[in-house]
Design a protein around this ligand. Structure first.
Ligand code: XLS
Ligand code: CA
Ligand code: CA
Length: 448
């Protein structure tokens, strides 16, 4: 669907109109070449399949600072001295960009939306003020909240962790923040609520009681779940794994670690995972691997769409442009039945050296077109059927006879021994990896 461009008191992205689909032949850098929101792919529009979201933090709060230098972009909406007025301007800039890109969703941390106050009550009041303003803008534009979260890692009080902090007073402050962020998410109709525990881990193993900290985290998440449900939150709670940075070791290391943790604390019915591409690679996995682990556990919730740098291993949060990665990700998502509450959130930042206003758009256009092409190629692979046929054929010995009896737990180890003795040397069956790879390249090259 097409949204009207939001008009606040100031136009922040001057000279840029709404980005339209112009097709593959277009040479306009400010047009979509593949993402056509209304195009139907296997029964759903591209907009419904991909559910794009823009993130508040990288796009509107940060101006490109790094550990060695300050901002290279001076955002017009951050000028002024009253923090609440600045937050209002930031929100206008945000809704202008959301509607110019014509994305259906956005995501925020509490502190992105509203400034922290001097007390818990003042922070709550600031957030409430901005939530009221967001409500009006959401209604006017039909851009909605994919997920909210609490930033429990920037304030120095969280240096030793939030819910896993060794000091209970800090744990309580994290609780206050999560409570207010849940209130905000529910009021804005957020479809998910995210926990990313950037400082939930340790820097030094030998001054940490990891057992106690992990129990505290389970307790804290249970309290948050109960509070969320008590105020009418019907969406999905999401945990976003990341193996390290800023802590040396983060407890939510990767998908399988988080899935085990959720089951241990009996949270598996309310929680799913938010997989970020760059965090997958930091954990030594591929993006698609992490998604597949979630899908296997019926816990694939949402995606933070970005990419890392394979040479330096940092969390560079670059915009996703690798078509192969996007296709493989969408293949897992489609085979899992597509997004339900989740979507593709661009947790991605412009390079520090990209300083033109149009770069905000060029970057998002690139990410959206890449995932649109990934969607088309993945759909093609599924429709074609050869890839899934190849995979299921590898397991056909379990579809009947003794293999099936093994799967259903009817055999003993002695039965396996007797079967082996009876069948002799198994037939050699090719894995056909090269064929799989060729099918993927063919699908990617054939979409338009
Ligand atoms: C940081 C994370 C963070 C979460 C939300 O590495 O990606 O931005 O997505 O707190
Ligand atoms: Ca993220
Ligand atoms: Ca990241």
């Amino acid at each position: 669907m097409k949204r009207d461009v939001f008009k606040g008191d100031t136009e922040y992205f001057k000279g840029i109109g709404q980005i339209a689909y112009e097709g593959h032949e277009s040479d306009n850098p400010l047009a979509f070449k593949a993402y056509d929101p209304d195009r139907v792919v296997s029964g759903k529009t591209m907009e419904e399949h991909l559910r794009f979201a823009v993130c508040y933090w990288h796009t509107f709060c940060s101006g490109g600072h790094d550990p060695f230098g300050p901002e290279t972009r001076q955002h017009a909406w951050l000028k002024g001295s009253d923090p609440v007025a600045i937050a209002m301007n930031k929100m206008d800039a945000a809704f202008e960009l959301f509607t110019k890109l014509n994305v259906p969703f956005y995501c925020f941390h509490d502190r992105d939306l509203a400034p922290q106050g001097a007390t818990v009550a003042e922070s709550e009041k600031n957030l409430q003020t901005l939530v009221e303003a967001a409500k009006v803008r959401q209604k006017e534009t039909n851009v909605n909240l994919l997920w909210g979260t609490a930033n429990a890692f920037t304030d120095p009080r969280y240096m030793n962790g939030a819910s896993t902090n060794p000091n209970f007073d800090v744990v309580a402050h994290a609780g206050a923040q999560v409570k207010a962020a849940l209130d905000a998410t529910v009021e804005l109709g957020g479809q998910n609520y995210v926990f990313w525990g950037g400082r939930e881990g340790y820097i030094c193993l030998f001054n940490s009681n990891t057992k106690r900290e992990l129990e505290h985290m389970g307790q804290f998440l249970t309290m948050a779940r109960d509070y969320g449900r008590s105020i009418g939150f019907e969406g999905t709670f999401l945990i976003e794994p990341k193996p390290m940075e800023p802590t040396k070791h983060q407890y939510d290391f990767d998908a399988q670690t988080v899935i085990g943790f959720l089951r241990e604390h009996n949270l598996q019915d309310d929680f799913k995972l938010n997989i970020e591409a760059n965090h997958a690679t930091l954990a030594g996995h591929t993006f698609a691997h992490e998604l597949q682990m979630c899908a296997d556990a019926s816990m694939l919730g949402s995606i933070d769409a970005n990419r890392g740098d394979y040479q330096n291993g940092w969390d560079t949060d670059q915009f996703p442009v690798d078509l192969y990665d996007c296709m493989q990700a969408m293949l897992v998502v489609l085979e899992d039945g597509g997004f339900k509450n989740g979507g593709l959130n661009f947790d991605a930042k412009l390079r520090r050296e990209s300083t033109d206003i149009e770069d905000f758009f060029i970057s998002h256009i690139g990410g959206m077109d890449s995932f649109a092409r990934g969607l088309l190629a993945a759909d093609k692979l599924i429709q074609d059927g050869r890839l899934s046929g190849l995979t299921s054929a590898r397991y056909e010995s379990f579809d009947g006879g003794k293999g099936q009896a093994f799967e259903s737990g009817e055999l003993s180890l002695s039965d396996l021994r007797d079967h082996a003795a009876h069948v002799g040397e198994p037939a050699q069956i090719s894995g056909k990896q090269e064929l799989v790879e060729n099918l993927m390249n063919d699908a990617l090259m054939s979409v338009s």
